[in-house]
Write a protein that binds this ligand. Structure first.
Ligand SMILES: [Zn+2]
Length: 224
């Protein structure tokens, strides 16, 4: 099962990715983790990527698809599928991805669009806190008492880019560059929209229902 997660920053793609991964045993591959692992590998590609990142530049599309190709093919954990979170980020990247998959006689099964309003996205971004030690992300910190990591007890902090100006800018960039992917996957008949403003467990219930149905239909297809 090959899935893509779409949604505004703050929509909860990471959380849903982890939940799907846990239940279905397929890896949740975020762009951040992809980039960190290729740099850590020390390969030629890793060195090139590190140069872009350390200079604060975006990684060109041709390198991103190489990183992804490597991640999807080199590891055994991808044989039953995967969940992409943060890639593709543009329609051009989606075209790259589709042609790479096609070469391997594969395709995307579903793209989930986890929908929240822009107003909600900004609220969530500015309320977000991160653990200093283990990088666990927390969505709604109401009081200082809660400003401690539930996993490791370390102090939480607000990332310097989680402020309202940066948040607004990120939403603009998303709407301009990434939102067109919703139409791209809708045209392919692969888009599934999920209400991302309900309780986090209900979001997963909705996602899970769609995946279960997909799996069921697919098995029926195989049996015939
Ligand atoms: Zn922690």
């Amino acid at each position: 099962m090959r899935l893509i997660l779409l949604g505004l920053p703050g929509a909860g793609k990471g959380t849903q990715g982890e939940c799907i991964s846990e239940k279905y045993g397929i890896p949740h591959i975020s762009t951040g983790s992809l980039i960190r692992s290729v740099i850590a590998s020390g390969s030629e590609l890793g060195k090139i990527v590190n140069k872009y990142i350390s200079e604060g530049n975006l990684i060109p599309d041709e390198y991103m698809i190489e990183i992804l190709r490597h991640r999807l093919s080199s590891s055994d954990d991808c044989k039953d599928g995967w969940i992409l979170d943060g890639y593709p980020r543009t329609v051009v990247q989606a075209l790259h991805l589709d042609s790479m998959l096609k070469q391997n006689l594969m395709e995307i099964d579903c793209a989930f669009d986890i929908r929240i309003s822009c107003k909600e996205a900004v609220l969530r971004i500015i309320k977000r806190r991160v653990c200093r030690s283990c990088n666990q992300v927390y969505s709604f910190v109401q009081t200082e008492v809660e400003a401690v990591c539930k996993k490791c007890g370390s102090k939480l902090y607000q990332r310097s880019d989680d402020n309202i100006e940066v948040a607004m800018h990120r939403l603009e960039v998303y709407m301009e560059q990434t939102h067109p992917l919703v139409h791209y996957y809708a045209n392919l008949g692969k888009l599934i929209s999920i209400n991302g403003e309900q309780d986090i467990n209900l979001v997963f219930t909705a996602v899970d229902k769609e995946i279960s149905e997909f799996v069921k239909e697919n098995r029926i297809g195989e049996a015939q």
